[in-house]
Write a protein that binds this ligand. Structure first.
Ligand code: GAR
Length: 189
């Protein structure tokens, strides 16, 4: 059995799609949800699915290694970032080498880096009149959005698409592919 912890800061629609998908997989368990926001929708989703959830504070995350104890308690093998907006500290990357994945709502290396998250990304894509966008799944290293790419998928953008339309198209790709890519990587690890 491989245990996964999902880290999320927001509504958690990706977390939901991963939880749903993994219910059909015998040897992978979503064991823990970690959030840095007490009002994050993902916490309600965790509750609804009966998955333990932990809230982390900035000081515990960056000034202690408490989270490692929690992850150990749950025998966590893989960490999946799903809309988690804090930079992952070095001690955590060192504890999980090539075992932390992130999803980004654009075709990296374009539209990545600090401050490039959620609608900021889609607005920038629109402003630059891109005709294609998509999503990138990558390993996490110490810099925002710069880890090794694992998978990308693209979607066409029409001139009349708003940033919200682009977001919806990209999110659809995320929900479809992130669970499959996680499944493949975790199973072959
Ligand atoms: C997703 O689109 C994800 O790619 C993005 O946040 C959204 C979370 O949505 N992540 C980033 O922008 C990371 N830089 P969700 O909470 O509904 O899964």
């Amino acid at each position: 059995m491989k245990n996964i912890a999902i880290f999320a800061s927001g509504g958690g629609s990706n977390a939901e799609s991963i939880i749903h998908y993994m219910k059909g997989i015998d040897d992978i368990n979503i064991s823990l949800i970690i959030s840095n926001k007490s009002k994050a929708g993902v916490l309600k989703r965790a509750y609804n699915h009966g998955i333990d959830a932990h809230l982390i504070s900035r000081s515990s995350f960056y000034e202690s290694k408490e989270i490692l104890e929690t992850l150990k308690e749950y025998n966590i093998d893989w960490i999946i970032l799903a809309g988690f907006l804090w930079l992952v500290p070095a001690y955590l990357i060192d504890a999980y080498p090539e075992r932390i994945l992130n999803i980004h709502p654009a075709l990296l290396p374009k539209y990545g880096g600090k401050g490039m998250y959620g609608m900021n990304v889609h607005k920038a894509v629109k402003e630059n009149n891109e005709i294609v966008s998509g999503m990138t799944i990558h390993f996490v290293n110490q810099k925002y959005d710069e880890g090794k790419h694992v998978f990308q998928a693209t979607t066409e953008i029409n001139p009349e698409d708003s940033p919200e339309d682009i977001a919806a198209k990209v999110l659809k790709l995320e929900h479809k592919y992130y669970p499959q890519v996680i499944h493949h990587l975790v199973q072959s690890s």
